[in-house]
Design a protein around this ligand. Structure first.
Ligand SMILES: Nc1ncnc2c1ncn2[C@@H]1O[C@H](COP(=O)(O)OP(=O)(O)OP(=O)(O)O)[C@@H](O)[C@H]1O
Ligand SMILES: [Mg+2]
Length: 442
């Protein structure tokens, strides 16, 4: 099992608190019971001293045998050379006459007794108490001292759990923040309320994020520069091919067309690479002029209308929403156009393409539904990958949806592709952009 800081702390602190509580309980139990024992001894001694001072006569000369409660102390006074005790509260108890002066513990009549013996020149005074009664008294009093510890222990353990939980909450929060780092939108972790102990950790993650952002930006710039540099020679090549065409022998025209097709495809790839590099570029500072999505949707439909008409595809926008979004209009246009182009490209002749808009959770959604072949479910999760193409029969660079994803991620929107679930074959491709603060009308 993976080591856990929280578990380690809880176990260690819990064990420490429990050990302290147990040690405290044992010592208070022992101190209290030995204190109680000393008190009981003192009482025996005091009673013996009183007897010496003439109180002995107050004891009845012939007490009823066995009349004394078992918890009481037994007093026996003997005169020198007398056969029977002068006075005894329990005459049936033969306390040992030869016991040394002071305290002793003796077995008498099958029971253990604590005896205090006071020797006077002509008198022997013995005061005794059952050891079992003393033990019980000591135990009862000592157990009472354990209550505060027993009540406090669970409370302190609960406090330990709470303190550990609260102290480690920052670590959990930080873990979630690190886990939530979006590579397409690298942001430094906030350091303002980070505890001192975690600051070096957050600092080094922030340095790493900085380096990562820099290397991503370097890569993006390289792609943009390379695509830009490739554009000029490709355009020149295209022009030269155009000029050459009349001079190509009729037998070679077919192969020459393929050559020109290759040049056109290379040009398209370079153009898509440039669009991807632009989509990946961080947003420029300053305010963004809200974009009118409805106008962009109308433009996108108009731009593919001639091609769709030529192939007998019925394309139209059904439900519209006049709402502005916080995104650069040109970016929204690229995203919407890529979805519409895909729909036209992959829908067979005579198909239908519907565009719908709606607002949901403070975002404007544009949804493009077609009657094409759809995409097999196992390939669906990869359609946003760069250069991924699910259908190799139709030409394309495999970058269109990566561009859509990069653009929506930049503005905090979403891009979703799924197969239709209304029983018809086809794709529902949708993008969303955050709604600008101005009002929305359906
Ligand atoms: N509407 C659709 N119907 C069926 N398949 C689609 C649809 N849209 C996308 N796809 C599949 O997803 C793949 C990726 O799409 P994407 O737009 O990224 O690339 P592309 O269309 O091949 O090339 P590009 O858009 O860069 O010219 C496509 O190759 C195609 O197989
Ligand atoms: Mg495409």
């Amino acid at each position: 099992m993976r080591p856990s800081l929280r578990n380690n702390l809880v176990v260690a602190l819990g064990a420490l608190v429990s050990a302290v509580a147990i040690a405290q309980g044992i010592s208070s139990y022992q101190l209290c019971s030995s204190g109680m024992s000393a008190l009981l001894d003192l009482r025996l001694e005091q009673v013996a001293t009183r007897m010496r001072n003439g109180y002995a006569e107050s004891i009845p000369a012939t007490p009823v045998r066995g009349s004394q409660p078992s918890r009481d102390i037994v007093i026996t006074i003997r005169k020198q050379n007398a056969e029977v005790p002068f006075r005894s509260t329990e005459p049936s108890l033969p306390l040992p006459e030869d016991a040394p002066a002071g305290f002793t513990s003796e077995q008498v009549n099958g029971e253990r007794w604590r005896i205090y013996t006071l020797r006077e020149p002509k008198t022997l005074i013995q005061v005794a108490q059952r050891s079992s009664v003393r033990d019980e008294l000591e135990r009862e009093t000592a157990v009472k001292t354990l209550w505060p510890t027993l009540v406090l222990l669970p409370l302190v353990l609960g406090a330990v759990l709470l303190i550990v939980h609260v102290s480690l909450r920052k670590v959990n929060q930080l873990g979630n923040e690190v886990q939530g780092i979006d590579v397409s939108q690298l942001k430094l972790l906030p350091v303002s309320r980070v505890p001192v102990e975690l600051l070096p950790f957050v600092d080094s993650i922030n340095r790493m994020i900085g380096r990562l952002a820099q290397s991503i930006e370097t890569e993006r710039k390289f792609i943009a520069d390379a695509a830009h540099e490739l554009r000029t020679p490709l355009t020149a090549l295209q022009l030269q091919a155009d000029n050459l065409q009349p001079h190509i022998a009729p037998g070679n025209q077919e192969r020459f067309r393929e050559l020109r097709g290759g040049i056109t495809r290379s040009g398209e790839l370079v153009a898509q690479l440039l669009r991807l590099a632009r989509a990946d570029a961080p947003l420029p500072g300053g305010t963004i002029e809200p974009a009118d999505v409805a106008a962009i949707v109308v433009d996108a439909v108009s731009s593919v209308l001639p091609l769709a008409a030529a192939r007998g595809i019925d394309i139209g926008a059904e439900e519209m929403v006049t709402g502005k979004v916080t995104a650069i209009g040109a970016d929204v246009a690229v995203a919407v156009r890529n979805l519409v182009t895909n729909a036209v490209r992959y829908t067979p002749d005579g198909g239908t393409i519907d565009l719908r808009m709606h607002t949901e959770d403070n975002a404007v959604w544009v949804e493009v539904t077609d009657t094409g072949p759809g995409i097999s479910e196992e390939l669906l999760p990869r359609v946003f990958d760069r250069f991924f193409r699910a259908n190799l029969e139709v030409e394309g660079t495999g970058l269109g949806l990566s561009i859509v994803k990069a653009i929506t991620a930049k503005y905090g929107g979403q891009a979703v592709i799924r197969n239709r679930n209304d029983g018809k074959s086809g794709i529902v491709a949708a993008v969303s952009f955050p709604l600008a603060r101005s009002a929305v009308q359906a």
